[in-house]
Design a protein around this ligand. Structure first.
Ligand code: ATP
Length: 445
């Protein structure tokens, strides 16, 4: 399967089955903004829940936070986003398309007469690069005046830094400790694309870990290991995950060290999560700009210092795309193509399909009762229309790991057929053991 074809197929499956729709589609869509449908919202929620469990609930040294999207404008001056969060941008005067100045498809130097637009092919129509800030601006209050400009946050991290003392004091944590947050971020990306890989509105799952100076390298290595393990735990193909170490030219000015976890997408190896040793840059800047002391006082050692920060930053949408790409497969079965999303049961949007084999002989009643029972514990889907093979196929495409059929033997023997999505093997399970059977295979943690 050609790689571009795989992405096309995935986009169309996502729309058809209700994973992801283009935003405002009936108005022609809004560029690189996407909506999650009934199955997509479950998939992304499973990613976020799993992250929250691993980062907050399973640990004693991390607290959760949900900071607002809108923040004091000075935050973005302190963070460097107002002055530094810019990309050089080039416009084509002919076709009105916009590109990053370093777009590999541009021939020649933008602004020069021989430079060629990669879309319309015109020569000499590309403007000189201009710096373009990636933050979305909006206005607070009724009058659109400069004083009231606020930004939609381009990352969730800053909400954590400015609340670090609040969390520390209210939770009675001690350093080393971390703060985790999941939330929306907005970037006016110049070259978004590849479906939900790079979008203008997305969700981040970020954790900032505050450590004593001198212990940062150690914590950085620990966090690298734990985060890679987490991605493996999602059931992703191990050979499609790798580390990318930022070289001196890629490293952000404040970062002491940075590694990306990359996944091999059909469009190449790309970052899904960054792990950064940010040193004392963030708290140092907020201390300077706010005029408030952000030092930590270690009572036992009678020591006062500004903590250093190790950050883990992942995109929920990117991880959802990774799961979709990794799960998608086509198989030839009895002369037909079977499309399967082979999700790990823990992230599958629907855990089981429940089917009466036929709509008579008491089967619908038994199946409905089973469905109602299972529904109290996890998302399940009831389907009584069409041949049983077609019902299985529909669930294969949705990534549902188990198909449970109430058949002619169910009433007398109190058993059902459980059909496994990946192997298509079937086995008989006691009617009153189905819930436990599915629950045991979800591998929740
Ligand atoms: P990239 O180089 O891909 O633009 P970045 O290095 O700017 O990413 P970070 O600022 O480190 O990314 O953001 C952390 C994570 O947030 C990324 O690993 C990614 O998963 C996610 N992310 C960043 N930008 C986007 C976006 N435009 N759309 C979707 N997810 C994003």
């Amino acid at each position: 399967m050609a790689d571009t074809t795989l992405m096309d197929k995935l986009v169309s499956l996502c729309k058809r089955r209700g994973f992801v729709f283009q935003s405002s589609e009936i108005y022609g869509g809004l560029g690189s903004v996407w909506d999650y449908g009934p199955l997509g919202v479950e998939l992304k929620k499973n990613v976020k829940d799993r992250w929250w469990r691993a980062m907050v609930h399973a640990r004693d040294d991390i607290e959760g936070l949900d900071a607002a999207i809108l923040m004091h404008p000075r935050v973005w001056e302190a963070s460097g986003h107002v002055s530094g969060f810019t990309d050089p941008l080039v416009d084509c005067r002919q076709c009105k398309n916009r590109f990053r100045a370093d777009d590999a498809r541009i021939k020649g130097i933008p602004g020069q007469p021989d430079a060629q637009c990669p879309v319309c092919g015109s020569r000499g129509t590309l403007t000189e690069p201009r710096m373009f800030n990636l933050m979305f601006k909006t206005f607070m209050g009724p009058v659109e005046e400069q004083a009231a400009v606020v930004y939609l946050r381009p990352e969730t991290a800053q909400g954590i830094y400015v609340n670090y003392l609040n969390v520390l004091q209210s939770s009675r944590q001690r350093i080393p400790f971390g703060i985790a947050q999941i939330g929306k971020a907005f970037r006016n990306e110049i070259t978004p694309g590849n479906f939900i890989f790079r979008t203008r509105e997305f969700e981040q799952m970020e954790m900032q870990f505050f450590v004593k100076p001198g212990t940062d390298d150690e914590w950085f290595e620990r966090w690298r290991e734990w985060r890679m393990q987490w991605h493996h735990g999602l059931g992703l193909t191990p050979s499609r995950l790798q580390w990318h170490r930022h070289g001196p030219d890629e490293l952000a000015h404040y970062a002491r060290a940075a590694f990306d976890i990359q996944y091999e997408f059909p469009f190449g190896w790309q970052e899904i999560e960054g792990i950064h040793n940010r040193g004392d840059f963030d708290l140092g800047r907020h201390q300077e700009f706010s005029g408030k002391k952000l030092e930590y006082f270690d009572q036992a050692a009678n020591d006062r210092y500004l903590p250093l920060i190790v950050e883990t930053s992942a995109g929920a949408d990117r991880v959802a795309l990774t799961l979709l790409v990794d799960a998608y497969r086509e198989e030839a079965v009895e002369g037909e193509t079977r499309v399967v999303l082979g999700f790990h049961p823990a992230v599958a949007p629907i855990k089981a399909g429940v089917f009466p084999l036929v709509k008579k002989d008491g089967m619908p009643e038994l199946a409905t009762a089973l469905y109602q029972d299972l529904k109290r514990r996890f998302p399940v889907f009831y389907d009584d229309s069409g041949a049983i093979g077609r019902r299985y196929r529909r669930m294969d495409e949705a990534g549902t790991p188990f198909g449970i059929t109430v058949d002619g033997e169910t009433a007398a023997q109190r058993t059902v057929t459980v059909r496994h999505r990946d192997s298509m093997q079937q086995e008989r399970v006691g009617l009153d053991q189905v819930a436990e059977f599915v629950a045991e295979r979800l591998g929740r943690d």
